[in-house]
Design a protein around this ligand. Sequence first.
Ligand code: MLT
Length: 239
Amino acid sequence: MNINVIINPCGLEDLYFTNKTVVVIDVLRATNTIINALENGAKEVIPVAAVEFAVKVSGGMFGGQTLLGGERNTKKIEGFALGNSPLEYSDDVVDGKTIVFYTTNGTPAIVKAKFSEFLTVCSFANVSAVAKDLIKRKNDFEILCASRNNSLSIEDLVCAGNLIEEISKNRKNIALTDSANASVTLFKAMGKDIKKMLSETDHGKLLINNGFEEDIAFCSQINSSKAVPVFLNNSLKLS
Ligand code: MLT
């Protein structure tokens, strides 16, 4: 099994992902929000790559059953029902609903990988569940880190390293690229206290400054979910 980690989506053509197995990670906070929304009964999450597109997509859907969610610069977008705090996506709010979801880095990364043969999303919350699923599939796969502003996000790489370690414990003959090896090294060095690690990253500090400290605690939960969302026909659903 060959595993590669893509540090950020910058410069990659959408067609690069054709026929691949891909896991998108955006620990702070998009993939945690998606997992929590689906766990709490959302019918589906439709990730979109632009705010204007989110408004267009939701405009064509039945009112009441569709919620617009997401952020710009970490804050809720004007006119949207929900922001990008996973805690907002409680069952009383999202049960049975379609969420049209835009975030600065996370949802564009998912949309970028839309031609994948199999596409899922991961955070520390569902790392074991995703690892089990990938072991069953036996395919080579790529981990696409959403990161921030086409740079590098430590939290996404540490989560990628955690996922690779989970798989390595249960499977022999794994070949890692340099970026996959570096992710495992980062996980071993920084993965002991996830909450502390998240608080000390650039994105973590920004979230704390903007009043989202509770989200750091939420996003540091490990294996709290068994969800493996599957991207099919432009939307993420539980399989
Ligand atoms: C993103 O997609 O850039 C993030 O999820 C931003 C955020 O933390 O709100």
